[in-house]
Design a binder for this molecule. Structure first.
Ligand code: SAM
Length: 357
C-alpha cells in the first residue's frame, strides 16, 4: 500500500487515526510494516502490501503470530470495543478462503458475469469515474470490478473480509498495471476502516448479500462518502421469478456460493435511505444466466441490454429482474441545505424510489 493512503484509513472500531511504521518499501509501496492506532498503541499488520484492518476479533491469528515472531513484535494491546465474527462472517471468511480459486473460474471467468459486468458497472464507470477521484470498493473479492475501475485512472481503496481474496486481487492489479492505483485492506463493511467524508465514489458489487449486517454496512459506506459523492451498488434481487433460476441451478449448477437472502427493492431502498443515499433503481437479468453460456461475445451483451430495456419499460415486469442496481448520490448537507440536495437530484436526474416499492 502507498504511504499516502494512510490518511484515508482509520482503526476499525475506534475510528482513530493511524501512524505508519514501514519495515519494507518497494518504490511507492509499503510492502511490510505496521499501522499503529494513535492513543492506544494497538497495531495492525501490513504484509504483502495489504493492511489487515479487520477488528481484532476477526484477525487471522496464525498470520498475525507469524508476523510478530518474524519481526520480534509483542502482540500489542487489544483495542477497546472489539468485534468478533458472527456465524455468517466466520462462514464467509472460510468459504472465500477455501473457494477463491474456484470463484475465479466459476464466477470471474464465467461468460454470464463477463456480460453483466460490462453492461452494468462497466458502462457506468466509464462515464462516472475520473482519474482524480478517490473510490472505495467494499467487498471487492479478487478484484473483478477493481480492474475495470482502475482503467479510469482513479485511486481505489478496496476492502474485503478475506485476505486470501485480496492477495489475488492485488496480484492481478500489479500484473495489469492499469492507469489507476488500488490499495487493498482487510476489513469488514460493518466496521469499515476508512475515514469519514473522503470518498468521491463508493462501489459494492454483488457483495451486500454476503455481509452480516447490510443496513449497518450501507450506513458506514454513506459515512465515508463526500456529500454529493456517487455510488453504484449491484445486488441479487428477491425477484418473484427467482424460483426459475433456483430450479435451473439445480439442473445445471453454474457456481457455488453461500449467499444470504437477497433483499426486495423496498428493503434495499430503506437501507440506502437510512444512510442518506438517494438512489435510482433499475433491474437487470431477466433471462436465466445459463443462456449466456450459449450466446457468446457481443451478441450476449446485446441480448442483456435488449432484454433489460424491454422488461424495465413494462412496470409489471420490471421487478422480475434477478439483479437490482442502485445508483445515485449521497445527500449533501452543505450550507445551502435542501438547495444543494435539489441540485444534486437534478444533476443526476434521480427518480423517486416510490414507483419500485
Ligand atoms: C460474491 S463475492 C463478490 C466479490 C466481487 N465484488 C465480485 O464481484 O467478484 C463477496 C465478497 O464479499 C466479501 N465479504 C463477505 N462479508 C463481508 C463483510 N462483512 N465485509 C467485507 N467483505 C465481506 C467476501 O469475502 C467476498 O470476497
Amino acid at each position: 500500500m502507498r504511504a499516502e493512503t494512510v490518511e484515508h484509513l482509520r482503526a476499525p472500531i475506534s475510528g482513530a487515526r493511524l501512524t505508519l511504521q514501514p519495515i519494507e518499501i518497494a518504490g511507492d509501496e509499503v510492502i511490510c510494516g505496521r499501522l499503529i492506532e494513535m492513543g492506544t498503541g494497538a497495531w495492525y499488520r501490513i504484509e504483502e502490501g495489504i493492511a489487515d484492518l479487520a477488528p481484532h476479533g476477526f484477525r487471522n491469528i496464525d498470520r498475525h503470530d507469524a508476523f510478530c515472531r518474524r519481526h520480534g513484535f509483542e502482540q500489542g494491546p487489544v483495542p477497546a470495543g472489539n468485534a468478533v465474527p458472527d456465524e455468517n462472517a466466520a462462514m464467509q471468511i472460510k468459504f472465500f478462503s477455501e473457494h477463491r480459486d474456484a470463484y475465479e473460474i466459476e464466477v470471474v471467468a464465467s461468460p454470464f458475469f463477463g456480460v453483466l459486468d460490462r453492461v452494468t458497472l462497466g458502462r457506468w464507470a466509464s462515464r462516472a469515474i475520473g482519474k482524480d477521484m478517490l473510490v472505495a470498493e467494499v467487498g471487492c473479492g479478487t478484484g473483478r470490478q477493481t480492474l475495470p475501475l482502475l482503467r479510469s485512472g482513479a485511486s481505489l481503496v478496496c476492502v474485503d473480509l478475506s485476505e486470501d481474496m485480496l492477495r489475488l486481487a492485488r496480484r492481478k492489479a500489479l500484473a495489469e498495471q492499469p492507469a489507476g492505483w488500488a490499495d487493498f485492506v482487510v476489513g469488514t463493511a460493518e466496521n469499515l476502516p476508512l475515514a469519514d467524508g473522503r470518498f468521491d465514489v463508493a462501489v459494492i458489487f454483488g457483495s451486500l448479500h454476503h455481509f452480516s449486517d447490510p443496513p449497518a454496512a450501507l450506513r458506514k459506506v454513506a459515512g465515508i462518502m463526500k456529500a454529493g459523492g456517487r455510488f453504484y451498488i449491484l445486488e441479487n434481487h428477491k425477484s418473484p421469478a427467482r424460483f426459475i433460476f433456483d430450479w435451473m441451478m439445480r439442473r445445471w449448477m453454474l457456481w457455488m456460493e453461500e449467499p444470504n437472502e437477497a433483499p426486495t427493492a423496498a428493503q434495499f431502498l430503506d437501507w440506502l435511505g437510512a444512510g442518506g443515499l438517494e438512489a435510482r433503481v433499475r433491474y437487470s437479468t431477466y433471462l436465466p444466466p445459463h443462456l449466456f453460456y450459449l450466446v457468446k461475445g457481443r451478441a450476449a451483451d446485446r441480448l442483456l441490454v435488449a432484454t433489460d430495456a424491454l422488461f424495465n419499460a413494462v412496470p409489471v415486469l420490471r421487478r422480475l429482474g434477478g439483479v437490482i442496481i442502485a445508483e445515485g448520490v449521497k445527500r449533501g448537507l452543505g450550507r445551502s441545505g435542501e438547495g444543494e440536495h435539489a441540485r444534486t437530484r437534478r444533476a443526476f436526474r434521480l427518480c423517486s424510489p416510490a414507483p419500485t416499492r
